[in-house]
Design a protein. Structure first.
Lengths: 473, 269
């Protein structure tokens, strides 16, 4: 079920009413409702893959209990490995099987060995598999590290794994944050629920009005890139930068907003990343739940920045390459990760990578300084160029696209309207919201006016339901 | 919970109501990609047009004749998306509201005639703007449209720029082309409606770029036979002068150079 569908418009109030008016007296019944609703939500897309979620839930539930019940280090470690092998095995099979076969054949081919018959499978990628496998892995790892007591309540654990607002595209929640909330009694809080409604409308606006309006233009430019001039291609890359941002952050906002309606607080996933002043800040503001997941469960375990500059550099490359590969079985994603690693390394070597950890650009002003404008502009420029790899079907296409931007540049820009009517007004609104990604400090009358504008545009643009880009990852 | 429900009503449900009402007003049309078609329908059913000759047709017709708006001739063309049934409804409107009408010229690109109101943008450019007039279509055609755009999805489509999926609307580049039964039926209906009302009906193709010759050649014999005059009178110009394989790059220049033949096209029966 898509958030931007009529089905969801009926599903959400139904679950909300049952949750707060029928089952409010019983935590267990509320959790059963969350679980059933989550399975309906997911099964609406393809009920066959519910089995996969259920299997993943059972495996990690049992392993979590078993790890906790033994004090033997070796047994605990073995159980953790079983969980990792199962989860990564499922992910690897559904997402990467054909990629590895094809890459192996290409490698042999480059050494002169021709493989006539290759064994690839017609596999459908289950929606959200990368999200929920990472979520369950976080549980097992945290239990192994003794950061979390495993729960004996299977319903609550299954609700944690399949919690419908963030099941298919995150934020990837940590068990340490979400599971205790599922296990404890929730009280309805009007203030939080109202904040949730704001986030739902804002997320819907980003998805339906901005991302879905830019989608056909981006598709058009990327599929006809060989016939277009460099100026148009450059703007095509900018349009994609905003399409993917509004698509994905719109989903996260709706997920966080819906969770708030049920009394849950999810972690922030985006904090206005295009206002970042360097690549380090960008990664603290873009897909935060994934980057912190990799930081906590990969970067730090392999040594982080503890083993000297060279080991740290190796670890930076590892985390960015794996992050790229997480997005999909294609070399384009790996190169996208590599570009980000290369952009990050200079600031790491110069120890400037943590310059902007806590501050927001132009924190005490309404407009940025020239220096800040330059920092944001140059950072956005490189991030946008890297997006070309992310969007292209192959690395050859991405190189060709970039070459044309630089070698065939002209100032004739098609699709200017999209820049002036969609992107610029959106950037201005985001600029004024930039300190408040939860929209909690926006004056209620200002919000009423914005809501009216957003609703008019959402109604006007609501058309063929377009899936969210990150469903494929 | 009371505070939340009151907030929900004041800040979301009431604004949604206002927005729904807003979409029932003509002001909402500034957001609509098919605003021109709404205007076209309004004009067709108004008594404002007094011209003796009405030009109906597609965007190419509009390119070459949009300036032709005087007491004798009036161009009531926008684009091809509403096909012949849409033009039939415009004609109905004119016959009811323009007592001076003596002649109707329909100028449509032959490839348009192969569709059956199932193009990507038909919902947006035909179903919505023509909705007050759809009752004038034959019952079975209304049923066909209801199947194509089912009522249960109307809530989704109502305010939207809904598009039919590409899979339904894509045409192949090979094989014969046939005039659809729907368009053929409404060409005949336009003809007989004109006959009954003593209005002369002329059906032609607007000037086409020469690259379209190959498409015209793909029409099957039945289609060509049944519209012999239509196919034999097609005017072509060098495709190098076309911007997109359908429209002319510089219509004003073409009009200046070919005024006589353009006039002939709409004046000769």
């Amino acid at each position: 079920m898509l958030f931007n569908s009529i089905e969801f418009l009926l599903f959400l109030p139904t679950v909300f009413l049952l949750y707060w008016f029928v089952f409010a007296g019983s935590l267990r019944l509320q959790n059963v409702l969350i679980l059933v609703s989550s399975y309906v939500f997911y099964g609406w897309w393809d009920y066959r893959f519910l089995l996969l979620i259920f299997l993943s839930t059972i495996v990690d539930y049992i392993i979590g209990q078993s790890i906790d019940s033994t004090e033997s280090k070796a047994s605990r470690r073995s159980l953790l490995y079983v969980s990792m092998i199962f989860n990564l095995g499922v992910l690897g099979f559904f997402k990467y099987f054909n990629f590895f076969i094809d890459s192996w054949v290409e490698l042999l081919d480059s050494f002169g060995y021709k493989v006539e018959d290759t064994f690839t499978l017609q596999i459908i990628l289950p929606v959200g598999i990368s999200f929920y496998t990472f979520q369950t892995m976080s549980y097992t790892i945290d239990v192994y590290r003794r950061n979390l007591k495993p729960t004996k309540d299977f319903i609550s654990f299954a609700s944690f794994v399949s919690f419908f607002p963030q099941l298919v595209a995150g934020p990837i929640e940590r068990a340490t944050n979400l599971l205790p909330q599922i296990l404890s009694k929730r009280q309805f809080n009007s203030g939080i629920a109202i904040q949730g409604l704001r986030l739902i409308v804002w997320g819907m606006f980003k998805k339906v009005v901005i991302a879905d309006s830019l989608a056909p233009v981006v598709d058009n430019i990327f599929s006809n890139y060989h016939d277009l001039d460099g100026g148009t291609l450059f703007f095509g890359a900018i349009f994609f930068a905003f399409q993917i941002y509004c698509d994905f952050s719109g989903y996260s906002d709706i997920a966080i907003g819906v969770s708030k309606l049920f009394g849950f607080e999810l972690m922030s996933n985006f904090k206005f990343p295009y206002f970042s002043r360097d690549i380090g800040e960008f990664w603290r503001r873009w897909h935060i739940s994934l980057s912190t997941w990799f930081r906590d469960y990969l970067y730090i375990p392999v040594g982080g920045s503890r083993g000297g500059k060279w080991v740290s550099l190796r670890n930076i490359f590892v985390i960015f390459l794996v992050s790229g590969f997480w997005h999909g079985a294609n070399w384009t994603f790996i190169i996208w990760g590599l570009i980000h690693a290369l952009l990050y390394v200079p600031s790491f070597i110069l120890s400037t990578n943590r310059r902007f950890v806590s501050s927001v650009v132009a924190e005490k002003n309404n407009i940025p300084s020239v220096r800040e404008l330059w920092q944001m502009g140059s950072n956005f420029f490189f991030v946008t160029l890297a997006w070309v790899f992310f969007r292209s079907e192959s690395t050859v296409m991405a190189w060709d696209y970039l070459k044309r931007i630089f070698l065939d540049f002209s100032y004739h820009i098609s699709f200017k309207d999209y820049l002036f009517f969609y992107i610029l007004p959106f950037v201005i609104v985001e600029w004024f919201l930039r300190k408040d990604e939860r929209l909690s400090n926006v004056n209620k009358f200002v919000w009423l006016v914005l809501t009216l504008v957003f609703l008019v545009l959402i109604f006007a643009k609501f058309g063929t339901q377009q899936s969210f880009i990150y469903f494929q990852f | 919970m009371k505070k939340f429900i009151s907030h929900l009503i004041k800040f979301y449900l009431l604004p949604i109501g206002v927005v729904i009402l807003f979409f029932r007003t003509p002001w909402s049309l500034f957001l609509n990609e098919s605003k021109e078609i709404y205007d076209l329908v309004s004009k067709a059913i108004s008594t404002d047009i007094k011209a003796k000759t009405i030009l109906l047709g597609d965007s190419v017709c509009k390119q070459f004749y949009s300036e032709t708006k005087n007491s004798d001739t009036y161009c009531l063309c926008e684009n091809q998306s509403y096909e012949v049934p849409g033009n039939y409804l415009l004609l109905k409107g004119q016959i009811a509201n323009n007592p001076d009408l003596k002649r109707v010229v329909l100028l449509i690109n032959p490839v348009t005639l192969t569709s059956s109101l199932n193009q990507k943008y038909t919902y947006n450019y035909f179903m919505k703007p023509f909705s007050p007039l759809l009752g004038h279509l034959e019952h079975n055609d209304r049923s066909y449209l209801n199947t194509l755009y089912p009522k249960e999805n109307i809530l989704t489509y109502k305010f939207s720029n809904f598009k039919l999926p590409d899979s339904l609307t894509n045409q192949t580049d090979v094989g014969n082309l046939t005039i659809s039964k729907l368009n053929m039926k409404y060409i005949k209906k336009m003809d007989s409606l004109c006959n009954v009302n003593n209005v002369e009906f002329v059906f032609k193709s607007p000037p086409l770029p020469s690259n379209m010759k190959k498409d015209v050649e793909r029409f099957d014999m039945n289609s060509k036979k049944s519209l012999l005059d239509y196919f034999s009178s097609i005017m072509y110009y060098d495709s190098i002068l076309s911007s997109d394989g359908i429209h002319h790059k510089d219509a004003p220049k073409y009009i200046m150079k070919n005024k006589k033949s353009l006039d002939n096209l709409i004046n000769k029966s």
